[in-house]
Write a protein that binds this ligand. Structure first.
Ligand code: ATP
Ligand code: MG
Length: 193
């Protein structure tokens, strides 16, 4: 599961856990990105901070791990490069999945080599408020849309943007993200502007 995770929140964690259970995944690897090609409209927090928060959030789930694959690679993070790196590490017999939210699926045509991504792994998409996955075929075309599995789970109206804004306004972020992450944000002053 790739993302900026600035910060990680319960939306990410629920999607990951539901995907794990419904597809009987042996492991869910969170991959914080380095320079997100699609997010240049705000100052993204340092990769090490985002990585640390994902570690704190996932530590209590033995199926979850956090990868430094994209952080350690220099330059922008492209999903296709990451999938190929995992394929090289894990060998040909492992089934790879890429877990995303509906908004990310919407953008898949703007990603580098979308056809290669769906050829090399199974995409799992979670519903997200404001994005109608039923309209996916119209947006992506039948070929691509047929290769995306839809995750059955309640929609969670939580975003990192919302959490950053709440912190900047001095509002509580309790129950939006694990307490360890909220404590980290408080201690470091991240998002206080
Ligand atoms: P931002 O508001 O900064 O864009 P975000 O909450 O969208 O943050 P990202 O790190 O951009 O979080 O998302 C990583 C992945 O998790 C993406 O595939 C995104 O679609 C998915 N995701 C994030 N939040 C949710 C949610 N509440 N429900 C479903 N999927 C989500
Ligand atoms: Mg996002």
């Amino acid at each position: 599961m790739g993302g900026t995770f600035d910060p990680v929140h319960y939306g990410h964690l629920l999607v990951a856990e539901q995907a794990r259970q419904q597809y009987q995944l042996g492991e869910v690897v969170f991959v914080p990105n380095c320079i997100p090609p699609h997010k240049k409209d705000y100052q993204v927090s340092p990769a090490e901070c985002r990585y640390a928060m994902v570690l704190l959030a996932t530590g209590d789930n033995s199926y979850f791990s956090v990868s430094r694959e994209e952080i350690q690679r220099s330059g922008p993070s492209y999903t296709i490069d990451t999938i190929r790196a995992f394929r090289r590490q894990l060998g040909p017999d492992v089934q790879l999945y890429f877990i995303t939210g509906a908004d990310a699926v919407w953008e898949i045509l703007t990603w580098r080599q979308p056809q290669d991504i769906v050829a090399e792994c199974q995409l799992i998409a979670a519903h997200r408020p404001g994005f109608d996955l039923q309209k996916m075929t119209a947006v992506l075309g039948e070929d691509l849309a047929n290769k995306v599995e839809l995750l059955a789970m309640p929609e969670m109206d939580i975003s990192s943007t919302q959490i950053r804004q709440r912190v900047a306004r001095g509002q509580s972020i309790r129950y939006l993200t694990p307490q360890a992450v909220a404590n980290y944000i408080c201690k470091t002053g991240l998002y206080n502007n």
